[in-house]
Design a protein around this ligand. Structure first.
Ligand code: NAD
Length: 480
């Protein structure tokens, strides 16, 4: 049988121990893989590689396309970049797939019936790291949501549900507030959900959705959501399942993938042969399915479930009364190897059907885009920050080509006719539209900017206002 070549990184802390355990189980199960090892983590950071990975390792990762990674220790102090974020974004690993399960009655859990998968968008949203301090008082971060990015992750979630025999996909957003960004994700979800009539679908607002996830996690099946919400939800889900140490995760792109445990490098227990290798093992099982080795994935997963059932437990899941015997990393690994070929009797055995998720983003005609105005942001603190003074001043300074329609402060309309109670910062958004009600031109915007600058206004940013196929592509202000 042709061997599949992957890349393996042993990481720091308990990383080498749990990676050795995982590789030993893969070997005993005759998984048809071979591997190249790469160094990552603390030693590289300390030798001056600010990303924690050397340039030669990228070639190996790219060549093998699949990386099995143990946790690393991020040194304290500034200047170090997150290796995980670097790997995800550099290799275009757009989907973060985190299965969360409870294994009651063999592993204590406050919610025995949990069996869900959180599929988190991995590259966009507030994680693009585009932040600015614009005035003395105000900072901003850009939340970017793209149509192709949304389509890809949502389609991935439905394809995942089909491949793994799951029944429902739940989308979570905050589109009652962020109507354009989260609203787009929700609309794409509804469009794609209609193409999967065999899978149930629903949408929940993230705040109530997160509350339900904490209170009744067993009600969820597949959840697809944006980057930040997914980050928070997966920690809530792992926490309520009672088994953070048993959780694995996959970061999947169109061409490459990285598999790793959810937990960190646990330096407090490193080198003591007490770490639980399950998180990394579950990730390796996800990897085998990804590589098309469903039968080997099944063999290992069922042996692992049988081991949990037998009550042979590592220290972090050992409980008096529930467990039979507390074992270290080596003995737990041996127990799993001994049970290869067994199926669990009480827990549900897993059956993977194999198959690969391939996403081809549909091409879509770009919408007709018309420039219909401009929001000009000012840093302004004169005249006791009186919005009426600013409004009248701008009206005097502006070109006759433009009309000032409103000023907002932190999104609240303060001119014309603001309320005296509104608190004003030094950060103002001033909306201009063409005076003749016609389409605007960028040249006219530059004329306006030049005029305002000439009158002493400090412009910190502009945002063009567009319509797309006639539909407004910008939000209205509160109170507008
Ligand atoms: P951690 O997950 O390493 O440890 C938290 C607690 O859980 C510790 O008490 C630890 O002993 C225990 N624990 C974790 N994994 C265990 C396992 N497999 N078996 C038994 N017990 C286990 O989190 P932390 O202490 O906040 O972070 C330690 C280091 O790991 C930090 O340097 C952090 O930056 C890094 N980290 C790395 C990754 C990664 O590489 N993916 C993820 C998270 C944290």
């Amino acid at each position: 049988m042709a061997l599949k070549r992957i890349t393996v990184a042993h990481g720091d802390g308990i990383g080498p121990e749990i990676m050795d355990a995982t590789l030993r189980i893969l070997k005993a199960a005759k998984a048809p893989i071979e591997y190249d090892e790469i160094p990552i983590g603390e030693n590289l950071y300390k030798s001056g590689e600010t990303t924690g990975i050397g340039p030669e390792s990228w070639d190996i990762i790219r060549r093998n396309k699949v990386l099995l990674k143990a946790p690393i220790t991020t040194p304290l102090g500034g200047g170090y970049k997150s290796l995980n974020v670097t790997i995800r974004t550099t290799l275009n690993l757009f989907a973060n797939v985190r299965p969360v399960k409870s294994y009651a009655p063999f592993v204590a859990s406050p919610h025995p019936g949990i069996n869900m998968v959180i599929i988190r968008e991995n590259e966009e949203d507030l994680y693009t790291g585009i932040e600015h301090r614009q005035t003395d008082e105000v900072t901003q971060v850009l939340k970017l949501i793209s149509r192709p990015g949304s389509e890809r992750i949502i389609r991935y979630a439905f394809e995942y549900a089909r491949l793994y025999g799951r029944k429902r996909v739940t989308c979570m957003t905050k589109d009652n507030i962020m109507k354009i960004t989260d609203g787009r994700f929700h609309r794409v979800f509804e469009r794609i959900a209609a193409q999967y009539p065999d899978i149930q679908s629903d949408h929940q607002i993230i705040d109530i959705g997160a509350a339900r996830l904490a209170a009744q996690p067993e009600r969820f099946d597949v959840i697809v959501t944006l980057n930040l919400y997914g980050d928070i939800l997966s920690d809530i889900a792992a926490q309520v399942s009672g088994s953070v140490g048993l959780a694995g995760s996959a970061n999947v792109g169109t061409d490459m993938a990285m598999f790793e445990a959810v937990h960190g490098s646990a330096p407090d227990i490193a080198g003591k042969d007490i770490a639980n290798p399950s998180g990394l093992l579950i990730s390796a099982i996800q990897m085998l399915v990804h590589l098309g080795e469903a039968k080997t994935a099944e063999l290992i997963n069922n042996a692992w479930l049988s081991t949990l059932e037998s009550g042979i437990h590592p220290a972090d899941v050992y409980r008096e009364g529930l467990s039979q015997r507390e074992v270290g990393t080596t003995d737990f690994t041996n127990a799993i190897i001994d049970r290869l070929g067994e199926e669990p009797q009480t827990l549900t055995p897993v059956h993977y059907h194999g198959g690969k998720i391939t996403i081809t983003p549909p091409s879509q005609e770009p919408a007709a885009k018309d420039l219909v105005g401009v929001d000009i942001f000012l840093d302004w603190s004169d005249h006791g920050r009186d919005a009426d003074v600013l409004g009248k001043g701008l009206e005097e300074a502006q070109s006759p080509l433009w009309k000032l329609t409103m000023i907002t402060n932190r999104g609240v309309k303060v001119y014309p006719q603001g309320l005296p109670e509104t608190f004003n910062t030094d950060h103002w958004r001033c909306r201009f539209v063409p005076a003749n009600g016609q389409q605007a031109s960028y040249k006219d915007i530059i004329t306006l900017l030049t005029l305002l600058t000439g009158h002493g206004y400090e412009i910190i940013k502009t945002e063009n206002l567009y319509t797309f196929n006639g539909e407004r592509g910008y939000s209205q202000a509160q109170g507008e």
